[in-house]
Design a protein around this ligand. Structure first.
Ligand SMILES: [Zn+2]
Length: 435
């Protein structure tokens, strides 16, 4: 897989914690790094190759070059600086900690897992080149053999063409706390660049051979960080590339590059539309579940720490973390209509409450999800549920507070970490309130 290329957005928004890296272009102020540095010895070669690869990319993608793209080579230290700066520009330490807490509450990362440090390590390892919409520049890592990197260049220069024609900076301005939509938009951007890259490679047997060789010899290098990443981060990292390629492939099959270009006007709105392209074609829009804080009802010292949308992709990962059955987790997450989760922290250390309100296309879809989530919960907390109406409501007493999973019509509520002082009926009333 050639997902080891960098990209304008190495980390597409994760429905879950990576929400906060959402929409971040992997480059911050690349220019600052440039000014400080002496010209990299490989820059001349990269610039020469840029002109050639850009010309061919433009021809394949059927988008004229409106401006030449400035480019150069960067050292590992420069790329690392850029990544850190960019991460800091896009998410405050508090936001990253909140994401970390959500992931931990869902049982998807170990207790000592530190998101920020981890992301920096992972992104630095994976990046091989990047295009920066803010400065409209393209950089290639200088530790990688240039010849084998032309496909990566074709990928990155597709981003340059996307930017010249569709303005990628606007994707950074998509609403916050809508990570599912943001992840879908990034699947378009990356899928487009991946499909282009494959076409670029397929044009010549020599390129196919070079690519194979680079795959066999390990390509861009280490995957140590990637391999030890929690599954949720690993799979979300590659979502825009893998599922995005499949999606763009479908759009391309239907209407060629013209239709792919049209998707920048009509962005895919959810990971559901990416996973099921027909839902994009028929414009099945997600149901917006509004954000509403219940902090005041939780008592003194409780506050909202995080809120976002998990989406079909997020629920697939949440379920499968414990069900470990790809097929049934996928099936249970299908029929997703919309959702919103809110994470609260309380006055005492360890006070963490997570509420999720999900809506489904039909009652049957809701029931399927309800049952799967209940199964997942028994495994997550290694506890058995109780409750007088097991077909629509289950309750678990756990070391981390009460857990409720309840279906009401097409809606499924999930609350984890319920303090003893809070009555379930009150909680349900608050979450189901219309305004
Ligand atoms: Zn990319």
């Amino acid at each position: 897989m050639s997902k080891k290329n960098g990209s304008s957005n190495v980390f597409g928004a994760a429905a879950l914690a990576c929400a906060l890296v959402a929409g971040s272009t992997v480059a911050g102020s690349a220019q600052k790094a440039r000014r400080a540095a002496v010209v990299n010895p490989r820059t001349a070669a990269v610039r020469e190759a840029t002109v050639e690869v850009l010309r061919e990319t433009s021809e394949i993608r059927k988008l004229p070059v409106r401006r030449q793209v400035r480019s150069g080579a960067q050292s590992r230290a420069e790329i690392e600086q850029m990544l850190v700066r960019n991460l800091d520009e896009n998410a405050t330490p508090e936001e990253l900690e909140a994401s970390e807490l959500t992931l931990r509450k869902l049982g998807m990362t170990p207790a000592d897992f530190r998101l920020r440090a981890f992301l920096i390590g992972l992104l630095t390892e994976q990046v091989a080149g990047y295009y920066e919409p803010k400065t409209q520049e393209f950089y290639l890592a200088d530790w990688i053999d240039l010849d084998g990197q032309k496909p990566v260049m074709a990928h990155e220069l597709t981003h340059a063409l996307q930017d010249q024609h569709f303005d990628l900076k606007r994707l950074d301005k998509l609403p916050k706390h809508e990570s599912d939509a943001s992840l879908a938009a990034h699947a378009l951007v990356e899928g487009d660049a991946m499909v282009l890259m494959m076409q670029y490679v397929m044009r010549s047997p020599a390129r196919q051979l070079a690519m194979l060789r680079s795959l066999i010899t390990g390509g861009a290098g280490s995957t140590e960080q990637y391999d030890k990443a929690p599954r949720v981060l690993r799979e979300t990292l590659v979502f825009p590339y893998v599922q995005g390629s499949a999606w763009v492939g479908q759009v391309y099959k239907r209407g060629g590059w013209e239709m792919v270009s049209g998707a920048y006007k009509n962005l895919p709105q959810s990971t559901e539309q990416i996973l099921h392209p027909e839902k994009y074609f028929t414009l099945e829009a997600p149901t917006k579940v509004p954000f509403r804080s219940i902090a005041a009802s939780l008592g003194k010292g409780w506050k909202v720490a995080d809120q976002d949308v998990n989406g079909e992709w997020g629920y697939y990962l949440i379920l499968d973390e414990f069900l470990q059955s790809k097929e049934s987790s996928q099936k249970a997450a299908e029929g997703w209509g919309g959702d919103r989760y809110v994470l609260y922290t309380g006055p005492n250390k360890g006070d963490v409450l997570l509420t999720q309100k999900t809506v489904w296309d039909t009652e049957r879809d809701a029931q399927e999800f309800y049952e799967a989530y209940a199964q997942r919960t028994s495994k997550r907390y290694a506890a058995e549920p109780s409750g007088p109406e097991p077909s629509v409501r289950r309750f678990w007493n756990t070391k981390e507070g009460g857990v409720l999973v309840e279906r009401i019509g097409n809606t499924v509520l999930v609350v984890e970490g319920i303090p003893e002082t809070l009555k379930v009926e009150t909680l349900v009333g608050l979450l189901m309130a219309k305004t």
